[in-house]
Design a protein around this ligand. Structure first.
Ligand code: LMR
Length: 307
């Protein structure tokens, strides 16, 4: 049986554990420093197994030694932003948490693939890569798939069509500078520009960019977790089942898209070795410039963790 460790038992962590359990593809261990919380939530999820028909072990723990043997470790721990804050405002706190977690992963699960979810996503992913010194294909962030799912859901709603026929793509950092790509977004193969006017596309693009903040503003305390956990589960499944889905993720770039020494959202092929390939899309000059602005914003954050 495969094994997945989920670090953090807040909304994102616990919902991720539930979704993974329901996929029935791995034993799961949920780790948190808060005593009792991961144990209680894991037990609750385990007790739903007879009703939901999954047959995997779900364990909650405060002891990192329990992540030993994990194929994938998902880092969700850290604080969430409040209305009016940017994701970058979380850096000072979340970087320390991430560094401690990475030291434990190195110690107990040195062969694992690490998926980061904690914000600011691209900077945290870069930090996790640098802390652990794992190969670049084994450390990446969940970001673009969430943003693309949001983009796709807004497109389907606007056109009153099934989301199943929508394919949407968002590149760049998981922040205000993300780059939704209408030209690479289609409904049954038909590009958006043939289906809606420019003003509508712009409205949907802006809503996608602000989608996380829209939910934070509604919730006042805490941030989205249903769509994020769905994106995490999709990516974990592609790794464990070696499905080789091509999805956008924050990956370490070494020349791809003209970028070096940075983690940024780009389409990747996800399989049993983690990021097995980085897919280079042909971008227009305007799209390249937008991606460069996004990379510059991420780089500014990275320079803070270096200093
Ligand atoms: C999201 O996009 O939902 C997350 O990055 C959380 C946030 O702060 O918006």
């Amino acid at each position: 049986m495969n094994k997945v460790a989920v670090i953090g038992s807040g909304n994102v962590g616990a919902t991720t554990v539930q979704r993974l359990a329901e996929l029935n593809i791995a034993d799961i261990v949920m780790v948190d420093i808060v005593e009792g919380l991961p144990q209680g939530k894991a037990l609750d999820i385990l007790q739903a197994a007879p009703l939901m028909g999954y047959d995997v072990d779900v364990k909650g723990t405060n002891d990192y030694a329990d992540i030993a043997g994990s194929d994938v470790v998902v880092i969700t721990a850290g604080i969430a932003r409040k209305p009016g804050m940017s994701r970058d405002d979380l850096l000072a706190t979340n970087i320390k948490i991430t560094q401690q977690i990475c030291a434990s992963i190195e110690q107990y699960a040195p062969d694992a693939i690490i998926m980061t979810v904690t914000n600011p996503l691209d900077i945290i992913t870069y930090a996790a890569l640098r802390c652990t010194q794992f190969d670049r294909n084994k450390v990446f962030g969940m970001s673009g798939l969430l943003d693309s799912s949001r983009f796709a859901s807004f497109i389907a709603k606007e056109l009153n069509c099934s989301v199943k026929d929508v394919c949407a793509m968002v590149l760049g950092g998981h922040g205000d500078s993300m780059v939704p790509l209408p030209e690479y977004s289609t409904v049954s193969g038909v590009p958006l520009s043939k289906l809606m006017d420019e003003a509508t596309i712009e409205r949907i693009v802006n809503r996608t960019i602000n989608a996380g903040a829209e939910i934070v503003a509604y919730m006042k305390s805490g941030s989205a977790f249903y769509a994020p956990s769905a994106a995490i589960a999709t990516m974990v499944e592609s790794i464990l089942n070696d499905t080789k889905r091509i999805v956008p993720a924050s990956a370490f770039l070494n020349g791809e898209y003209g970028q070096h020494d940075i983690c940024l959202g780009v389409p990747v092929k996800l399989g049993k070795n983690g990021v097995e390939e980085i897919i280079e899309l042909e971008l227009t000059k305007q799209e390249m410039e937008a991606l460069q602005r996004s990379a510059d914003a991420v780089r500014e954050g990275i320079s803070k963790i270096r200093s």
